[in-house]
Design a protein around this ligand. Structure first.
Ligand code: 1PX
Length: 215
């Protein structure tokens, strides 16, 4: 509706896109997965230019995936499962070292998948945080437990500096534009199980296909 269009950015809508991700037989629609990330990146940009180097990488990965979805073999890129199957069967994935397919859909999505684990951990911390909790601490703890393990020192260092300028909990909740802190907590409680399910299903797929370490 027009009224809804007038509203400013609301994180609830973004997290809701993860609801649309799962098909009936628990596969993950690439289109909605990518849309979820697009929304998250928009949110990140609203936090300031310090996070630009992070959004830039995410946007780049989103573009790669959209390129495949809209490309001539787009019908193979409907779900993450069909993408992985197609790319593996047609030898379109560099499995052990970078070669002729450095930007496969599978390796690109794996980067976002690892970041989704960070998101899950961070949102869970936000959800259970108290008024005096620090977003920078919650963010870096979540990062260290997940994504950091895949990043070289320089990136970890730069990310750590960016976390320091995150707004405090109250301001952060406000940018989320969901409502009162209680409403934010309730919204997170609803969104988290969906995000975790999408994460788990993807994790299983990559484990089964031995693809958790794609270069
Ligand atoms: C209510 C909270 C919502 C917050 C939404 C924030 C969305 C964050 C989007 C982050 C997307 C990060 C994707 C990173 C993918 C990646 O690991 N790329 C690296 C490897 O790629 P390559 O192609 O070389 O194998 C690449 O080197 C990444 C570089 C950029 C730095 C990544 C730092 C990630 C920090 C994640 C935490 C975001 C902090 C947001 C604070 C709210």
């Amino acid at each position: 509706s027009v009224a809804a269009d007038d509203q400013k950015f609301c994180l609830q809508e973004v997290l809701d896109t993860f609801k649309l991700c799962l098909t009936e037989n628990k596969e993950v629609y690439l289109e909605h997965y990518v849309a979820g990330w697009r929304g998250l990146v928009k949110f990140l940009s609203s936090l300031g230019s310090v996070f630009g180097f992070i959004s830039k990488d995410a946007v780049n990965k989103i573009k790669i995936l959209v390129g495949y979805m809209e490309g001539e073999n787009g019908s193979q890129y409907v779900t993450i499962q069909s993408m992985v199957k197609y790319e593996l069967e047609n030898e379109l994935v560099d499995l052990t070292k970078r070669g002729s397919h450095p930007e496969s859909g599978s390796r690109t999505l794996l980067r976002l998948h690892r970041a989704l684990r960070w998101l899950e951990l961070f949102l869970e911390r936000l959800r259970t945080s108290s008024e005096d909790s620090k977003t920078s601490v919650m963010c870096s703890e979540s990062y260290n437990e997940s994504l950091a393990q895949h990043h070289p020192w320089v990136i970890r260092k730069t990310a750590g500096m960016a976390f320091c300028v995150l707004p405090g909990r109250a301001a952060f909740f406000e940018v989320m534009n969901v409502g009162t802190p209680e409403q934010v907590v309730a919204m997170l409680g609803e969104a988290l199980p969906l995000i975790s399910e999408v994460y788990q299903i993807t994790e299983e797929l990559y484990t089964q296909n031995n693809m958790l370490d794609l270069p």
